[in-house]
Design a protein around this ligand. Sequence first.
Ligand SMILES: Cc1cc2nc3c(=O)[nH]c(=O)nc-3n(C[C@H](O)[C@H](O)[C@H](O)COP(=O)(O)O)c2cc1C
Length: 217
Amino acid sequence: MPSSQTPSTHPSLHVLRVDASARFEGSVTRQLADLMLEQLGERVSGLSVTLRDVAAGMPFVDAAWIGANLAEPEAREAAQRQVLAKSDELVAELMAADVLVIATPVYNFGVPASLKAWVDQVARARLTFRYTEYGPEGLLAGKKAYLLVATGGTEVGSDIDFATPWLKFVLGFLGITDVEVIAADRGMLRGDAARHKAAEHAAQVLARDWPALAEAS
Ligand SMILES: Cc1cc2nc3c(=O)[nH]c(=O)nc-3n(C[C@H](O)[C@H](O)[C@H](O)COP(=O)(O)O)c2cc1C
């Protein structure tokens, strides 16, 4: 993690890593996230990471959740607070992060259901966005997000990629507008080249965003 050889201009940094691949072995996105965090740890002296593996289980919102969320916080009954407890925990994790690393495959042209479920849990009126007379306002400004996206045949950024634009949009809705997409796309067609290109891109982006002192001087 932190390297003694690369003193950093960034004293401490907290990352929330969100994994969404249903594969725990051989996952391109999980490997990319590992690599990225390893390299970030070499650039930032005080890196801490919270891992949220949505593929390991994520509840769906239901009628009780919606009712509890709509109720004024002070008016919520104990049972309603309980219903929102997991969502509160996920929101707190997100709020605590300086940097978000979301590692996700494209499943059927969108994001995995588990990642959609996570977004549903963290998009909370009053907490992560609010409605104003000028329209909705995201309340999570100031965070940076890296989206690590893997696909088999779909080109990231093409008309049939609904995952990346949706993720960017919904993060922006929450106020996270500084979003970098790192694509290991069309792996079925490009083989290892897709992964290697993405790893190169990730290294470039980290060098740009987190210059170590040695490079900065
Ligand atoms: C259920 C499922 C649906 C998929 N749908 C798509 C798709 O719509 N487009 C695509 O390009 N690849 C699709 N793929 C391929 C994955 O995006 C690709 O294998 C990716 O590398 C998976 O991420 P991972 O390696 O981190 O598990 C799908 C894979 C699965 C398992």
